[in-house]
Design a protein around this ligand. Structure first.
Ligand SMILES: Cc1ncc(COP(=O)(O)O)c(C=O)c1O
Length: 416
């Protein structure tokens, strides 16, 4: 299906889409068919992504940016074409603003070390939220501890939504940066990125958006949001692991020292000094994850073919159906009731440890996640050590929701 002639939701044939994911065609010898409801952790991979990676290794394996022979030129073209795809996927102004990293965590750490730390003074302030994934929390916390800066937290309201009044009070002329998740990976809360970004900019703070969970929720437009940095991982977008993206405004990436040093990011090296390459190469030292980049390109084509809005509409329908069924259930608590929820639900089964729930369901072929979801400050806010999380993807169906509900009824009754 070509971008530009996308199907409407009614036309989406989930069965047909699911058949493009080889993992679902396995027939387990014992145990039930896989019901995969851990999409917030990672998504399954369609055949086109697997093929793109295999074709690179079997058809034109070579390093990029250097060789002048045919596999090298083909690999370089495929690699750089993905950069263009990412640029359009998030509506960046320029392809120079797209830096490949190994994932969201890597991209955030790189912004911390190359952008924040060099300029961070005692008394400066960094703002995060109480709902951050550790990947968008610990790097800022450690930088502040090291430099004598202050880490401030935007608290949550009972619904799980951010308390915008407190946020506005936290902003001062010392605010260096606001680091915020677009979507909570544990509660599904969707944050108002436009409002948060413009408020932070009013006091001169920069804004980094952790879009790890946003990529299949809505079409990203970095120019409309006006964020300074944005990060995401390929593996949550039906792409491979080990590849991610750091978007940064060109003038910021230009002004920053290189994210790391080595081959491929220089103009000239002498014994005394090095001059660095232009963007984006300046920030991509060493051999990149070439197959990962090519796989990410195929994943973006796949997502564009379906339409992010259609993926979202489908998973939202499943989420609403699941919420409806869960609310009818005795002995199950759903955490949070945000104004806008992405396609994930955190819940608890009365008197049953989340790991017992996930193990019980796992034995029946139902994959959900249990634990703190790398959000321990959020778990402290919820006053629990962990939750059970159900998260939907494009290949899930209402039958999957029914299966997990049946499983939850069984587990509740078994432990009662
Ligand atoms: C909101 C959020 N931020 C950051 C991360 C870290 O992503 P990665 O492990 O791909 O670097 C995750 C992963 O679950 C996430 O959900």
């Amino acid at each position: 299906m070509k971008y530009g002639c996308r199907p409407t939701l009614d036309m989406l044939d989930v069965k047909k889409i699911k058949s493009q994911f080889p993992i679902f065609s396995q027939k387990p010898e014992k145990g039930a068919e896989l019901v995969y409801l851990d999409n917030a952790a990672t998504t399954q991979k369609p055949q086109v992504v697997i093929d793109a990676i295999t074709n690179y290794y079997s058809g034109y394996n070579s390093n990029v940016g250097r060789g002048t022979y045919w596999p090298a030129t083909q690999a370089t073209q495929a690699f750089e074409t993905t950069r263009n795809k990412v640029q359009h996927f998030i509506n960046a102004k320029s392809r120079k603003e797209i830096i490949f990293t190994s994932g969201t965590t890597d991209a955030i750490n790189k912004v911390v070390s190359a952008f924040l730390i060099p300029d961070l003074q005692v008394g400066d302030e960094v703002i995060v939220t109480e709902m951050e994934h550790h990947g968008n929390f610990i790097p800022w916390q450690q930088a502040c501890l090291r430099k004598g800066a202050t880490l401030k937290m935007i608290p949550l309201r009972e619904s799980g939504d951010l308390d915008h009044d407190v946020f506005e009070d936290l902003l001062t002329s010392k605010t260096k940066l606001l680091a915020i998740t677009a979507v909570s990976n544990a509660l599904g809360v969707v944050n108002d990125l436009h409002r948060l970004t413009s408020k932070a900019h009013e006091v001169g703070g920069k804004v980094l958006i952790d879009a790890a969970q946003l990529v299949t929720h809505e079409k990203i437009d970095v120019q409309a949001i006006d964020c300074d940095f944005l990060t995401f991982s390929g593996h949550k977008l039906f792409g491979p692991t080990g590849i991610g993206v750091l978007y940064g405004k060109e003038e910021l990436l230009e002004a920053m020292p290189p994210l790391s040093f080595g081959g491929g990011m220089v103009k000239k090296v002498t014994l005394d000094e090095t001059t660095f390459a232009d963007l984006p190469n300046k920030h991509e030292a060493g051999t990149s994850n070439i197959s990962g980049v090519i796989g990410l390109g195929a994943a973006i084509d796949f997502v564009n073919g379906l339409g992010v809005e259609n993926i979202h509409a489908h998973t939202r329908e499943l989420t609403e159906y699941a919420l409806e069924r869960l609310r009818e259930m005795d002995g199950v608590t759903v955490f949070g009731n945000p104004k806008e929820r992405a396609s994930l639900i955190s819940l608890a089964v009365r008197n049953v440890h989340p790991h017992d729930v996930s193990s019980f369901l796992g034995e029946r072929g139902i994959a959900i996640r249990a634990g703190h979801h790398c959000t321990q400050p959020l778990m402290d806010f919820l006053k629990v050590s962990g939750t059970c999380r159900i998260s939907f993807g494009i290949y899930n169906t209402k039958q999957d929701v029914d299966r997990v509900i049946e499983g939850l009824v069984e587990v509740r009754d078994f432990f009662a």
